[in-house]
Design a binder for this molecule. Structure first.
Ligand SMILES: C[S@@+](CC[C@H](N)C(=O)[O-])C[C@H]1O[C@@H](n2cnc3c(N)ncnc32)[C@H](O)[C@@H]1O
Length: 385
């Protein structure tokens, strides 16, 4: 994808595309190198654009980035005798954007591409038909919150694959408690009905921040409505303000996907912080005047926003508690512990670390598959003492 400098006034889009590209790379690698003799992969972009694109060949759009990444990984994955296909479906409702999208897709080689000029909500059954038995990844990236009624997403949530939804937190938060009937109805649709308001209130009473209560409730509702095994999220912040712009909400029935999601999240956190530090530096330099070279350094730029450390700390505590509770029930394999990766900003290395600490403090014994193994990994049996 293009470097950050080419996304000047849209740093959140850069971070979103960074995440998408890195995740698709891992997903496609795992799919196209799977041991199954034949595999079909269907990529769906439900709100394709182009939207605010100003790069040559639409290189700053999700559809161009996804296609380039998926085709590259498919080309590189070679297993004799294995048959694999890549088909992609792009939905866009705006006629002008659709015409541009269609023009671009007509030049694409190496993947079957189908554009649909429709509203995502009305296209869901067509999408499900297009996916069939393929493994699917559905990217759902609306501009607001009105076009995403959870119950109409059901055919997508039921697909044998994964999804990534842009939960437009800034707008949702702003309108969440609007009392006019239209907005109340749209919010009910977004959260898929149910008693979501009470759920948020309950979480607030338990001490959660409003923002955490909202995103947790949304993920839980998706899990219930779609009967998806894992639903989690990661945050994308404003360019310079220490506030959430949107969340990328991810659902999968595969633990391997969850592990990959968190790996990509950890890389994205670093990238996002790098970008935000540059932007903050530039903003400060502009404010104090560029000829005062030392002024920007006088007020240090935070290496990481405070709330990230708080959130990660809280989730690390929750992860530790989950693992201690799990181990108390009796021996279990390492893989069981990885379910704790549903907690945002908890990474696999954290799980290995807590298991090491528990071993050192004689709470558990680690029985490795490989007798020379030191660190818990796939196949390690954790035995309580
Ligand atoms: C945020 S933009 C997508 C950006 C794109 N995913 C990217 O990252 O490059 C949302 C797009 O969805 C289109 N759109 C809006 N409402 C829609 C709907 N109900 N169904 C399908 N497309 C819609 C808009 O015209 C716009 O192009």
């Amino acid at each position: 994808m293009l470097p950050f400098e080419d996304y000047q006034d849209k740093p959140q889009t850069y971070v979103k595309h960074f995440f998408l590209e890195n995740y698709l790379e891992r997903l496609a690698y795992n799919i196209f190198n799977s041991k199954r003799p034949s595999i079909d992969f269907a990529y769906i972009d439900g709100f394709s654009g182009p939207w605010r694109s100003d790069a040559e060949n639409y290189n700053d759009t999700s559809f161009a980035i996804a296609l380039k990444t998926l085709k590259k990984i498919k080309r590189q994955s070679f297993r004799p005798g294995a048959s694999k296909s890549l088909r992609c479906l792009f939905v866009e409702s705006n006629p002008k954007s659709f015409a541009d999208l269609k023009g671009f897709l007509s030049t694409v080689k190496g993947a079957d591409c189908e554009p649909i000029n429709d509203e995502f909500e009305t296209a869901v059954d067509k999408i499900a038909g297009f996916v069939g038995n393929a493994f699917s990844f559905c990217f759902i990236d609306p501009t607001g919150f009105k076009d995403l009624p959870m119950n109409s997403l059901k055919p997508i949530l039921d697909l044998p694959g994964e999804f990534l939804i842009n939960f437009m937190y800034t707008f949702i938060n702003k309108h969440l408690t609007n009392e006019d009937d239209d907005t109340r109805g749209q919010m009910d649709d977004l959260f898929g009905g149910g008693n979501w308001r009470e759920k948020i209130a309950e979480k607030r009473n338990e001490g959660l921040e409003r923002e955490d209560a909202i995103i947790e409730t949304y993920c839980e509702r998706l899990k219930q409505v779609g009967k998806v095994k894992y639903v989690t999220s990661t945050r994308v912040l404003f360019g310079t303000a220490d506030r959430t712009y949107f969340y990328l909400v991810y659902g999968t029935n595969h633990q391997k996907g969850l592990v990959e999601f968190r790996k990509v999240e950890s890389r994205t956190v670093e990238e996002q912080e790098k970008v935000r530090n540059i932007l903050k530096y530039e903003q400060r330099a502009k404010r104090v005047g560029t000829d005062d070279l030392f002024a920007p350094l006088a007020a240090p730029i935070s290496a990481r926003q405070r709330s990230f450390d708080e959130l990660r700390g809280r989730n690390l505590d929750k992860m530790e508690q989950k693992i201690r509770n799990l181990v108390r029930l009796g021996p279990c394999v390492y893989e069981k512990c990885l379910d704790a990766l549903e907690l945002p900003y908890v990474w696999e290395a954290d799980i290995k670390e807590i298991l090491k600490v528990m071993q050192q403090s004689d709470v558990i014994e680690l029985r490795h598959k490989n007798p020379r193994g030191r660190v818990a990994t796939y196949g390690t049996v954790i035995v309580p003492k």
